[in-house]
Design a protein around this ligand. Structure first.
Ligand code: EPU
Length: 333
């Protein structure tokens, strides 16, 4: 375990902002975690890879950065495996492990930044797959009682970029590992997402081919946080009902929309942001990424507050232009 006092959070968040915290514990063993939890006074924040969080001020409290490791096959039959992965594993390292071992189900989720323990919190998703599609359960510790628990998929209330961990259980638990069902029969691939379908229509499909294509698409659209601070999509794509969609389309006939059920449509927030002129509206510290304006970028020396002010400007403008209230995907602290 490593303890950092009065430490900078810069290397703990992919927006690369330099706020501070009273304590940051880097914890490799779950046995140490309970000790820290029982001795910490005040606020506690559990931090994974820091790839979906914006620190806008000093954090008065204890930050726990879980770094426990391990990938273990719990059971298997001829078609599938149940695998347990420690929360502190890097998500993409785990995807690489699965693809190399020919286990299917997460290849579309290649190159998503962050740690495994954070994946259920916002039900990570990309290119037509969400974590909930392969999720079996997660284990963790309740922060108050220090009791250990295991929660099955049906208890986690997963929906688009959402789960019980962002709502009823927010700041109440730490997830220490997750269990996923992966396939061994690799003849069923999900390439329904437009970009994937177009680029792979003439290829012989395999987990590796799909994973490589997803990586290629992501690298062309999303900045690498090591060179340009960002947290991926800053907002969720808004969902509107049919009558609202009709009203907006009357003014903006080119508005793209994707039907999600009989009455609701998802609208690309990137389109709303581009249409509102934000590709040209940044300043020397903050802006949107040129290839994907749903990604807010730190141009080098932005503070968390600079980024928040810019995000609020986007929200207000989209509301005024389209009567749509954007919701943050990123956790604001
Ligand atoms: N668009 C523009 N201008 C641009 C770029 C995109 O108008 O410069 C519009 C286009 O209409 C395009 C649409 O946005 O068709 C969708 O763009 P994209 O396919 O890049 O996907 P997205 O909806 O913006 C979502 C996820 C991403 C995920 C991709 C692929 C959310 C909030 N974001 O983005 O997730 O990688 O789909 O599945 O749902 C993340 O969560 O951090 C993330 C990157």
């Amino acid at each position: 375990m490593k303890i950092n006092k009065e430490a900078s959070l810069k290397k703990f968040n992919t927006f690369n902002v330099s706020e501070t915290a009273n304590f940051i514990y880097e914890v490799e063993e779950i046995s140490e975690l309970k000790g820290i939890l029982s001795n910490s006074k005040g606020k506690i924040l559990i931090l994974g890879g820091g790839s979906n969080i914006l620190f806008t001020k000093r954090f008065e409290g204890t930050i726990i950065n879980l770094k426990n490791k391990g990938i273990k096959v719990i059971s298997e039959n001829k078609d599938s495996i149940l695998v347990e992965v420690a929360a502190g594993e890097n998500w993409n390292d785990f995807v690489i492990w699965a693809v190399e071992n020919n286990y299917g189900g997460i290849e579309n989720l290649s190159l998503i930044p962050g740690n495994v323990g954070a994946a259920p919190i916002q039900n990570i998703g990309a290119y037509g797959v969400e974590l909930k599609d392969i999720f079996y359960s997660c284990s963790g510790i309740e922060l108050d009682s220090l009791e250990e628990f295991e929660m099955k998929k049906s208890d986690c209330k997963f929906s688009y970029r959402n789960s019980i961990f962002k709502n009823e259980l927010k700041d109440k638990v730490v997830i220490t590992s997750i269990k996923l069902n992966l396939t061994k029969d690799n003849h069923h691939f999900n390439i329904d997402y437009k970009d994937l379908k177009e680029n792979l229509s003439n290829s012989e499909l395999s987990l590796k081919v799909i994973s490589d294509e997803v990586i290629k698409i992501r690298q062309s659209k999303l900045p690498d946080h090591k060179s340009v601070g960002n947290c991926g999509s800053f907002f969720k794509n808004p969902i509107v009902n049919q009558s609202k969609l009709k009203k907006i389309k009357a003014v903006y006939p080119n508005l793209p929309s994707f039907k999600i059920d009989s009455n609701n449509y998802k609208i690309p927030a990137a389109w709303l942001i581009e249409k509102s002129g934000f590709k040209e509206r940044g300043n020397k510290n903050v802006g949107v990424y040129e290839n994907q304006p749903l990604v807010i970028i730190n141009r080098g020396s932005a503070s968390g507050k600079d980024i928040l002010d810019f995000a609020n400007d986007i929200k207000e403008t989209i509301f005024n232009n389209f009567n749509i209230q954007l919701e943050e995907e990123v956790l604001i602290i």
